[in-house]
Structure formats: structure tokens, C-alpha cells
Write a new protein. Structure first.
Lengths: 299, 656
């Protein structure tokens, strides 16, 4: 299946019909991987770590046939990257994430996190997740146990939008919590000061974490198509501002664009990866970006 | 343009409402959710100290809409006849063309007077010409055009109908109410006293501003008229009754009796004659007995004065012979034979007036298929034999009588001279008009009626006497609870029994019921699918009217023939007796009649409003209502307003 064909199945509005997040994740990840015509080991560390007795379901390509010829037993080779990668997803569930029609930013973020979590477990990495708005609401520390994926998916299924955002404090809390090096994936609409974000990301990177930032946005907040004067009510603060459509078509677009560019620059400056994703885009490019990120970071 | 309800224009005060709404309206902008307001800047309101009026087009549309709505409720109308637009008053000229106007030179005089009246009407007034006999008929439209009036006037013919001055005033009141200007009426008539209504109040038409009566009754010689009737009971000889009348006169000196010879003729041949002395105002009845019926059954007797007077149309009549078309009734018995008296009593009563011919059949003889009416003696009237049931279901009519009064059962009740106390007056038999006082019942069977039975006559003992069984899509089934033997009751010995039997004949024969005679001008209600032939033999109804015409108006005297599906009947159209009495009103009485309308102009406004309902009874022929133009306009404005409002009334750009 080609990449184009695969992405056809990854449209957010189609994913929303699939039902459970597990099915969404499988559809997304398997579709992307098949479309790439690449080895599922893409991004794996090739440094040998140990042998493990073959069990049913293991890929036969990893069977060490030399050992089998000698010992008449099947062993599977395991590599270093498979054992020590610890991935923690930080999902912003603040009120502003509820924006977007027909797929909200939170829905798109849940699809993304579920897919990446599935991919993480497929690669036998430890999986953890934190949900936050202005404070940490749910936190599952990274774990390589088989039930880590269902636990994360369960949290995602039941989550809903909360209050305002406080990314900076949350990143500080997470940094204090994570004692082991690993990958930190931040999924948020990033309504915070770019400078403050830069500081938080830098401290997280300095603590040994490899950070990827997925910036989730909706087309209506990037390019509003409002036709008449309306009162726009903030989802987080509740304040209303009566706005002229002409302003939204002009100065507002410049402002939000400048904000996004500033965020991207600061993220990269902090040593993290920056991936922007809108609610109308399919997830395949985001998955590929994540795989590239993991390939670079996991050693 | 005029308004029916101008008070609704007060609603125009509401036109300020849209202006106020536009002036002070405040629109809240729609609220939408947005992730954050940190990059938004509020729109700045314009620096103005007072509110501005906006959306001028919409405001104009709304004001126009309200104004049209007010006019719609006020119901404007236009007079469509342009020739009356400049008229100051309406002049109605009414010519009496009732039958009495045929006397002498009255009609010529009336036309001359009418012509004079028309010429004397001022040019600024609108004129309308009417004729009046039994109804007020417009001969022209209301207008200023006088060119055709003379031609129309000369084309009017005196009719054979009777006039009623009360009806005239009622019609005039309606017409005057429909004209939106002062109305004066001039009535050219012979002013017959006999045409006055029963109640003098009916002579008042309070919508007329002026009413003038011009009498053409110069001299009133005595007019002699006659009416006649021929009846046979044996289909061989006829008895002709002639009622003669001489009209009244004003002068009491003209009381000398005049000898008038009455002749009866058939096909131009005089078969009998008699001289009668008549004084003015006197009426006499003479009879010609044993006049042999003509061989031709359709031939009519002609009864006339030998010397016609100045009103010759009421001096002769043509009359058919009544009694020839009698109803055939079969009398039979099922079961025990009745008493001999019972059959005689019933047969005699039925044939008394010659309207029925009764054939007595032997016991248990079946009814012939052609028989439509039957008297059947049975053992028990409520136990209807199957043959009788089938006969009735096929459309036949039956009167059931008990052969004997059964006194052996427990139901037999001995009654000592019970009387009829319960009478169903609503039944078409007309039992309420018969005097039942003398009928006494000594022995009756206390029969038990069922739910389908309707008791038409009942005794004070509770026993039913005359019962009708309700049958759908069938003939009529009457049951008389009396043996007619002369012992159990004296009913067959009373005059009321004859009346009852006559009513039964009429009831059985109701499908062909037509009046024997009808006054000229009245409508004759026809049985279904009937054709009417005039006295000249011409068909009155067109082919297309045959299935749908319910009635026809008889416009001239004579014998009309009504041809039904299976029958042929004659109806005599006779002149109204009052029209032959030419005695006129005095000048003082006419002045008093006119003066009533001088008073009527002083009616109070409340009285005028009370009578306002009468005006609208007739649709105005010259009034063009405008609501059907205004209503689409109102709806169109409403539609445009809705469209514009949806497009224009967004949030104001200043956000306030």
C-alpha cells in the first residue's frame, strides 16, 4: 500500500468513527509502517544486547539461526534500544484543546498519542503518560509492563477538557519526576509565552530527556473565516472580545503566525523537535516525524 | 375611494413604532467560542454622541407595510361605474307592472308618467329604472345615461303577477342601502288597496331620502272576475263551480247590480250558461251540474263572461277536470275475513272525493304487480305477512287493518270510550289538522310496538291506534289498530275517518304530489326529471335543465302540464284574486305613505346602525372592493421585509 493510500485512511474524521483508541492506533501505525515499505526496525538501535528464548509470535527474522543450528533451540536476538527507551507523553487537556470542528484539537491529540503509544509498545519501549491543564491531572510513570498500553489508552478514552494551560510549571514537575533518561513527547496547543517555554524545555533537555513537541492547532484559529462581527469568548478565561472580521483576516493571522514561529524557534533552540499538526491533517506525517525523532535520539 | 370601516385608520398611529424600533434598536453580536483571546483586539466603537437612524429602506418598507395593513382593515372600495362618479343623488323610478296595470289605459298612463318623471330628473342625478310586480327587477343600471331609458321603458310589459307594496318597500330599502349617495324613489302605480301589506309598518323604507307615489288610477269602474273548478266523480259528468267577484268602488252610489252572463264552453262550443246579478264588492258562487265530459280527455272547459269588461284577462279561465286521475287502491284479506262493514267503510271513505278508486279482492288473493297501493286486512297487524313485506320492499304502500279485535288473549283490554290523546303532529300525514274529538274506542287490542314502529295516533288508554313501521328504501307501511266494524269503535262513523283516509291517499301518492293550482308568479316545485309544458304546449325547461331544475316560475295564467317519468299532471296557474280588485288608495292615503318617509329621514344614528346589517345582504354590483389588491401587496411587503431584515440586520459594526 502506498503512502498516499495509507494516508487516505488516516483522516481525523475517519479515525473518529473507528471507535476505540486502540483500533485507531493500530490502523494508523500499521498503515504508516506498511506504506513506508520499511522495516519495522526502522529507528532501532543495532547494538546487540542479549538473547531471549523464542516465544510464539516473535518475528522469525530476529531468530538467530546459527544458535539454532548449534543448540537446536530457537533464540531471538534483542538489541539495546529495545530495552532502555522510556517514552513519556505529556498531553495538554486544557479548555482551549476543545476547540475545532468536526475534530477538536483534543481529539486529534488523543489519536496522535494513542498511535504513538501503540508504536512505542510495538517497539517494546517503556510507556508513560501525563495529562495536564494548569496542573498535573493524571500521571502514569513509564513502564514496560504489558498493561501499560491499555492503561494509557484507558486514560485517553476517559479524558476531557479541563481548565487553562500552564505548560511551564508542568514541564518543571515532570522534570522532577523523571529520574531515568528517555523521550518526552509534549502534545499541546502551546498557549504560553515562548520565552518561558524555552526555559522549561531547556531545563528538561539538560536533565537528559530527549524532547519532541507536537504543536496541535485548528485551521479556524490559524485562518478564521468569520464573516460578521462577533463576540469571541475565550474557552479558558471566559472573557469575550468583539472582533471585526477584517482584523481576523489581517493582523490576527500575522500575530498567531509570529507566535507559532517563535515557538518553533525556541523549541529547536532548546534542543527539542518541533512538529506542527492541525486537526484537518492526517497523522502519517506526524508518525514519520516521531520515528525520525526516535531514530535520532535513541542510542 | 371610500372606506367601509374608517376607524381602523387610527392604526396609522402605530407607524411611529418602526421608527422608534429603528432609532433605538440594539443588537447583540453573536457569541462564538475561541481558544484564546490573547491575540485579539476589540473593535473600537465610532466616536458618536447620539444614535443614528439606520436601514432607511427597511424602515420605509415597514411603515408602508403597516399603512397597507390599516387600509386593509378599513376595507377601501371604489365605485366602478364612472358615469355615477359625479352624481349627487340617485333617482330610482319604479313602474308597477302587476296584473292590474292591464286594466284599461293604466299601462299607457303609467308609461307616460314614467317618461315624464325620467325627463324631470336633474342631469346631475344618477337614474335607475325598475319594474315591480311580485319582485323588483332592475331594467337599467344606475347611471347618468338617459339615452336608452325610453326604449327600455317602452319594452316593459305588464305581467300577470300580483304585487305587494310591503315587499316593494323592503326591496327598495335594500337597494338604497347599497348606493353610496342620497336615494329618492318614485313609484308609478295604480295604487291598489288590495296590494297593501298586512302590517302598515312594512310600508316604511327608512334608507330612502324621499319616496313619491304617482297614481294612474283615474277612475275605478267595477271589474268583474271569475275563477272556476271542474270535478268529476264518475268520469262521465262534471260539476263546475264558478266563483264570481265584483271589485269594490270608492263611490258608494255605484251599487246597482249588473247582470253578467257566465258561459261554459268546450272547444269553442257553449255547453252551459247562466246570468248572474252582481253588485260592486259582491262575490257569488254558481254551479253547473252534470256537464258532460268531452270525449277528448285532454280537453279543457272554458268558463268566461259573455261580455268581457275593460280588464278582460280575468274574465275567462280554462280549467281541467279533476277526479279523472284517481289513485287505484286494492283491498285484500290475508287470513280471516273482516266484517262486511269494514270493507264498506274503508272503500267509501277512500272514494269520497273521487281521488281514489278501490277494488275489493277476494280473501287471500295476491296483489297484482301493477298495484302500488293496498289496504290489507290481516289477523294481527304487527305480524306482517311475508307477501305484504315483499310488496312494501318493492316500493308498494300498504295500510294494514285487523280483521277482528282479538278479545280472547290477555292483551285484550276493555276500554270504555277511550279517546285519541296522542297525535304525532310532526308527521306528514297532517293528523294535527283533523278533529278527533268525537271518535270513541270501546275495544282495542293493546298491541306491543317494536323499535322500528312510530306511533302516529295513540289512545288515552296507552294503546297505539295508528302506527308506521320505519322501512329504509321501501314503500310505506301503516297499521291502523281498529277493525272498522262499527262496534269496537265509532271511528268509521266519524268525519275524521274520511279525513284520515284522504290523508292516507295523499301520503301514499306523495311522490306525485303537485298542487292543483298555483298563483301566477309563484314557483312550482317539480318532482325529479320532470318537464313542464306551458298552456300553449311549449316546453318550459331546456334539455340541459331537465335533470337539475328544481322549480319553475309560472308567469302566465293557464293550465300547465307537468310530465314526470311515469305520469302526467296538470297545474292551473291562476291570477291573484287581489289583483282583480281595482279599488285604489285615496290621495290622502298616498300622501300619508309618502309622509312616512319624511319622518324616516329623522331616524337617529343608533337606529340607522341597528338596520345596517340589512345593507350587506346583497353584493354591491357597483362597488369594487380593493382588499384583493391590498392583500397581495401586504404579503409582498412582508416577504421583502423578511429578506431584507435577514440580510441587513446583522450585528452593527461598532459592536453595540
Amino acid at each position: 500500500m502506498s503512502a498516499v493510500a495509507a494516508s487516505r485512511f488516516l483522516k481525523p474524521e475517519l479515525l473518529a468513527r473507528l471507535g476505540t483508541l486502540e483500533l485507531v492506533a493500530r490502523t494508523v501505525v500499521d498503515g504508516v509502517l506498511n506504506g513506508l515499505h520499511r522495516s519495522p526496525d526502522f529507528g532501532f538501535s543495532q547494538e546487540f544486547a542479549e538473547y531471549r528464548a523464542y516465544s510464539e509470535g516473535d518475528d522469525l527474522r530476529f531468530v538467530d539461526w546459527n544458535v539454532y543450528a548449534r543448540a537446536d533451540r530457537m533464540y531471538v536476538k534483542r538489541f539495546k534500544g529495545e530495552t532502555n527507551a522510556s517514552v513519556t507523553f505529556l498531553l495538554d487537556v486544557s479548555a482551549s484543546m476543545g476547540f475545532g470542528e468536526p475534530t477538536s484539537k483534543l481529539d486529534q491529540a488523543r489519536f496522535l498519542v494513542a498511535s504513538l503509544a501503540y508504536l512505542t509498545r510495538k517497539q517494546h519501549d517503556s510507556l508513560g503518560m501525563a495529562l495536564f491543564d494548569d496542573q498535573l491531572r493524571d500521571y502514569t510513570p513509564p513502564s514496560a509492563r504489558p498493561d501499560s498500553l491499555p492503561k494509557v489508552l484507558g486514560l485517553l478514552e476517559n479524558t476531557h477538557v479541563g481548565n487553562s494551560t500552564n505548560v511551564v510549571d508542568i514541564l518543571a514537575d515532570v522534570r522532577a519526576t523523571l529520574t531515568k533518561r528517555g523521550l518526552v513527547v509534549l502534545v499541546s496547543d502551546l498557549y504560553t509565552e515562548p520565552k518561558a517555554l524555552l526555559g522549561s524545555l531547556q531545563s528538561l533537555v539538560h536533565a537528559g530527556q530527549d524532547v519532541a513537541v507536537f504543536h496541535i492547532l485548528d485551521d479556524q484559529e490559524l485562518r478564521p473565516d468569520m464573516k460578521k462581527i462577533s463576540a469571541l469568548k475565550s474557552l479558558e478565561s471566559g472573557t469575550s472580545v468583539i472582533v471585526d472580521p477584517e482584523y481576523l483576516r489581517g493582523e490576527y493571522k500575522e500575530r498567531i503566525q509570529a507566535h507559532c514561529e517563535q515557538l518553533e524557534q525556541n523549541t529547536i533552540k532548546a534542543g527539542a523537535d518541533y512538529i506542527r499538526l492541525t486537526t484537518s491533517e492526517s497523522l502519517d506525517s506526524a508518525i514519520v516525524s516521531y520515528l525520525q525523532f526516535r531514530e535520532r535520539r535513541v542510542r | 375611494m371610500s372606506l367601509l370601516f374608517p376607524l381602523y385608520l387610527l392604526g396609522l398611529l402605530g407607524l411611529a413604532l418602526p421608527w422608534l424600533l429603528h432609532r433605538f434598536s440594539h443588537h447583540e453580536p453573536p457569541v462564538q467560542s475561541f481558544p484564546t483571546t490573547r491575540f485579539l483586539e476589540p473593535t473600537q466603537p465610532p466616536a458618536t454622541s447620539k444614535r443614528k437612524l439606520r436601514y432607511w429602506l427597511l424602515l420605509a418598507l415597514r411603515i408602508l407595510f403597516l399603512a397597507l395593513l390599516c387600509f386593509l382593515f378599513a376595507q377601501p372600495w371604489l365605485r366602478t361605474q364612472n358615469d355615477t362618479a359625479n352624481a349627487e343623488a340617485a333617482q330610482l323610478v319604479i313602474v308597477d307592472n302587476s296584473f292590474s296595470m292591464r286594466a284599461g289605459d293604466r299601462w299607457q298612463d303609467a308609461q307616460n308618467e314614467s317618461s315624464n318623471v325620467l325627463q324631470a330628473i336633474p342631469a346631475r342625478d344618477a337614474v335607475q329604472l325598475y319594474s315591480f310586480a311580485s319582485q323588483l327587477k332592475a331594467q337599467t343600471q344606475l347611471g347618468d345615461d338617459r339615452s336608452s331609458l325610453d326604449n327600455v321603458l317602452s319594452a316593459i310589459e305588464p305581467s300577470y303577477e300580483s304585487a305587494d307594496f310591503g315587499e316593494l318597500m323592503r326591496y327598495l330599502n335594500k337597494v338604497a342601502g347599497d348606493i353610496d349617495m342620497p336615494v329618492s324613489a318614485t313609484f308609478i302605480t295604480d295604487a291598489q288597496r288590495a296590494n297593501l301589506p298586512v302590517q302598515m309598518n312594512a310600508l316604511l323604507a327608512n334608507r330612502l331620502n324621499q319616496f313619491t307615489v304617482i297614481s294612474v288610477d283615474s277612475s275605478s269602474p267595477v271589474n268583474y272576475s271569475l275563477r272556476a273548478e271542474a270535478r268529476t266523480s264518475d268520469a262521465v259528468n262534471a260539476r263546475i263551480s264558478v266563483r264570481l267577484a265584483a271589485s269594490d268602488v270608492q263611490e258608494p252610489t255605484a251599487l246597482d247590480a249588473v247582470s253578467k252572463t257566465v258561459q261554459v264552453s268546450v272547444k269553442g262550443r257553449v255547453v252551459a250558461s247562466e246570468a248572474v246579478q252582481l253588485r260592486a264588492g259582491e262575490a257569488k258562487t254558481i254551479q253547473f251540474d252534470a256537464i258532460a265530459l268531452p270525449s277528448d280527455s285532454d280537453a279543457l272547459f272554458s268558463v268566461a263572461f259573455a261580455d268581457p269588461d275593460f280588464l278582460s284577462d280575468d274574465d275567462s279561465v280554462e280549467i281541467p277536470v279533476r277526479g279523472l286521475a284517481s289513485v287505484d287502491i286494492s283491498m285484500t284479506t290475508i287470513g280471516a275475513a273482516p266484517s262486511a262493514q269494514a270493507q264498506v267503510f274503508a272503500k267509501t271513505a277512500l272514494e269520497t272525493n273521487g281521488d281514489a278508486r278501490v277494488e275489493i279482492l277476494d280473501v287471500n288473493t295476491a296483489l297484482a304487480p301493477s298495484v302500488r297501493h293496498a289496504i290489507v286486512f290481516v289477523d294481527d297487524i304487527l305480524d306482517v305477512p311475508d307477501t305484504v313485506n315483499r310488496f312494501v320492499m318493492d316500493g308498494g304502500n300498504v295500510l294494514l287493518l285487523p280483521s277482528t279485535i282479538n278479545q280472547s288473549t290477555n292483551d285484550a283490554v276493555q276500554v270504555s270510550a277511550a279517546n285519541i290523546t296522542k297525535i304525532d303532529q310532526a308527521h306528514p300525514l297532517g293528523l294535527g289538522d283533523i278533529d278527533w274529538f268525537d271518535a270513541g274506542f270501546y275495544t282495542t287490542s293493546n298491541v306491543k310496538t317494536t323499535g322500528d314502529d312510530r306511533t302516529l295516533l295513540g289512545l288515552d288508554s296507552g294503546a297505539p291506534l295508528l302506527i308506521e313501521r320505519d322501512l329504509i328504501d321501501a314503500g310505506r307501511l301503516l297499521m291502523l289498530n281498529d277493525a272498522l266494524d262499527g262496534y269496537s269503535s265509532d271511528l268509521p262513523l266519524q268525519a275524521s275517518f274520511v279525513s284520515l283516509m284522504q290523508e292516507v291517499i295523499r301520503y301514499f301518492n306523495a311522490s306525485n304530489a303537485l298542487p292543483i293550482e298555483l298563483e301566477v308568479g309563484k314557483s312550482l316545485f317539480l318532482p325529479a326529471n320532470s318537464q313542464v309544458l306551458t298552456p300553449n304546449g311549449d316546453a318550459l325547461l331546456e334539455l340541459s335543465e331537465l335533470g337539475s331544475a328544481n322549480d319553475v316560475q309560472l308567469t302566465r295564467p293557464g293550465v300547465y302540464t307537468v310530465l314526470g317519468t311515469n305520469s302526467s299532471n296538470t297545474v292551473s296557474a291562476v291570477l291573484g284574486a287581489a289583483e282583480s280588485n281595482l279599488l285604489g288608495l285615496t290621495r290622502e292615503e298616498l300622501d300619508a305613505w309618502q309622509a312616512r318617509h319624511d319622518v324616516s329621514r329623522q331616524v337617529t344614528a343608533s337606529q340607522a346602525e341597528t338596520n345596517a346589517g340589512v345593507v350587506t345582504l346583497v353584493e354591491q354590483p357597483n362597488r369594487q372592493t380593493l382588499w384583493h389588491w391590498l392583500l397581495p401587496a401586504v404579503l409582498m411587503f412582508l416577504l421583502i421585509e423578511s429578506l431584507l431584515a435577514n440580510r441587513m440586520l446583522w450585528v452593527r459594526r461598532d459592536g453595540l
